[in-house]
Design a protein around this ligand. Structure first.
Ligand code: AP5
Ligand code: MG
Length: 215
């Protein structure tokens, strides 16, 4: 039986941050389509070149490209007992495609992280990521030990190109209009857990612990 978790929520709510902790705790890999696409952009692959413009504008990358990178990743050995998906699905078509990946007996839950717009904007404005290993920081809430240097690999910390104010606004709008409605697709499965993720990271993790019941 595989344990499959979908981390659902708007930009900046903490999908990557919460996902990293859950991955350690539940011993299944965290798979972020945003991270997979950024890796393609960094390596200048043709898929990355195609995706870059959409990402810089804060728009969704076409489904086929996202599914291509994801398919390759979930087929790897470390995902055989399950995985946590961060940022996928984001369209109804992606949700339908994902149904084809599930096997009978897979145990799956959807964690719907919610928070207020002011918190999201503050978190994204203060976010820095490591240009080498991708580790995520928040300059006041979850700061690095040394300014602008990654605790794990010593890499330089940078802003994500899509964390500029105008792009943040666009991403929040795209989430509300194109992604949020797909929650309805899952509501019938009785596996949607809504979590208030406005609080600190320990508070959010505690809330998840409290309400998620694995069978
Ligand atoms: P993606 O990388 O998925 O970005 P996103 O959904 O906009 O979400 P973020 O990564 O910005 O936020 P997060 O929720 O992970 O928050 P984080 O943990 O970093 O996608 C980027 C782009 O790729 C998309 O715009 C699109 O173009 C494309 N894409 C990706 N997937 C796609 C798909 N399926 N289909 C089509 N296109 C796709 O936390 C944010 C900040 O807050 C950090 O600084 C963190 O340290 C801090 N923080 C986190 N939790 C807390 C807390 N509890 N308290 C205080 N601070 C906190
Ligand atoms: Mg993320």
């Amino acid at each position: 039986m595989r344990r499959i978790v979908l981390l659902f929520g708007p930009p900046g709510i903490g999908k990557g941050t919460v996902g990293a902790s859950l991955s350690e705790k539940w011993h299944i890999p965290l798979i972020s389509t945003g991270d997979l696409l950024r890796e393609q952009v960094k390596c200048n692959t043709s898929l990355g070149e195609h995706a870059r413009a959409f990402m810089e504008r804060g728009e969704l990358v076409p489904d086929e490209l996202v599914v291509e990178v994801l398919h390759e990743r979930v087929s790897q050995k470390d995902a055989k007992d399950g995985f946590i998906l961060d940022g996928f699905p984001r369209t109804l078509k992606q949700a339908e495609m994902l149904e084809g990946v599930f096997l009978a007996g897979d145990e799956r839950i959807i964690l719907n992280l919610e928070g207020s717009p002011a918190v999201l904007i503050e978190r994204l404005s203060q976010r820095r990521i490591c240009s080498v290993c991708g580790a995520v920081y928040h300059m006041t809430n979850i700061p690095p030990k040394q300014d602008d240097i990654c605790d794990f690999c010593g890499g330089a910390l940078v802003r994500r190109p899509d964390d500029e104010p105008a792009v943040i606004e666009k991403r929040l709008r795209v989430f509300a209009e194109e992604t949020k409605p797909i929650l309805d697709f899952y509501r019938g499965t009785n596996a949607v857990y809504t979590i208030n993720a406005d609080g600190t990271l320990p508070e959010t993790l505690q809330e998840i612990d409290r309400i998620v019941k694995w069978s």
